[in-house]
Design a protein around this ligand. Sequence first.
Ligand SMILES: NC(=O)c1ccc[n+]([C@@H]2O[C@H](COP(=O)([O-])OP(=O)(O)OC[C@H]3O[C@@H](n4cnc5c(N)ncnc54)[C@H](OP(=O)(O)O)[C@@H]3O)[C@@H](O)[C@H]2O)c1
Length: 319
Amino acid sequence: MKAAVVDRAGGTPRYREFPDPEAGEGQVLVTVEAVAVENVDRAIVAGTHYTADAFQAALPAIPCFDGIGRLPDGTRVGFGGVVPPYGALAQYAVVPAAHTAPIPEGIEPPSAAALSSAISAMCMRTAAGLSAGETVLVQGATGVAGRLAVKVARLLGAGRIVATGRDAGALEGLKALGVDAVINTAVDDDDLVRAFRDQAGDGYDVVVDYLWGRPTEQLTRALTPDSFALSKATRLVQIGESAGPAIHLTGDALRTSGLEIYGAARNLATGMAEAYQQVVDWVRSGELAIDVTTMPLSRIEEAWARTDLRGTRLVIVPD
Ligand SMILES: NC(=O)c1ccc[n+]([C@@H]2O[C@H](COP(=O)([O-])OP(=O)(O)OC[C@H]3O[C@@H](n4cnc5c(N)ncnc54)[C@H](OP(=O)(O)O)[C@@H]3O)[C@@H](O)[C@H]2O)c1
């Protein structure tokens, strides 16, 4: 079969022949239709992700661990559970039958492939219990996941949405999605603290944090009162770390700021099914558009090198 193949650690996937995978006991052969390339996939290929060793234990290997495809009976499914050196960026994948789930009618494969970022944005409800009318701050709102979080916040009835990013033009573009205020994080620390405070309105109820690192560190400063007053609660959901893997969190920032920090996976076991169904309903009704850029598998090297896709998910389609 044709596949995108990584031949050496840290290399770029190349389009070439690779042995067909064979389905064993309890496994199914999937004809791949669409695969979203996310930061995690790039980090695994670059060797900087903590799962990189497992996924690339033996090279050559095919990147990406999930996608959309058809079973031999024609059923369209989402699939995961590929066993390295096989991956999703190929014409075919073999996965455990239990790691497939039907894709509802009315959602095209490229959108389906990129659905997971919209579903994970539902953490503002599942992990942080967002109620209609509350104020939401999306950290990293110019990215693919952040833009979807803005749309999801609007659909969930957020009262006020504040968005952060580091590109003035991209931030301005978010206003068309219903963002009420934007904050550029590409300023010095004190200016950033001031901007967080200026745009807080009655206070941030929920923060969906795709950044972590310096911007979130400065947010905790902004949330900390400089008198003996207690602040109202801010439920921050940690979901990404585009700006850095760690923050310096002072004791007083936690003690007096009202800050509560949750992981995006909180309550996922009980809330996942409802979150998934809600996102599917929005996509099928046209209320939630998932912005994708599709490219054929045969042009994987060119696709992998693209840096101009801010805000849209790269989706690879076998040709
Ligand atoms: N846990 C989950 O379910 C889940 C789901 C989706 C995403 N994520 C994570 O969330 C993060 C964002 O994913 P994505 O797909 O939206 O990525 P993306 O499209 O590359 O967007 C990244 C965002 O972070 C900003 N950013 C990047 N580097 C930065 C830096 N050094 N300082 C400040 N801002 C910076 C980008 O700003 P520019 O627009 O200016 O580049 C953009 O707003 C990643 O860590 C990803 O792994 C997690």
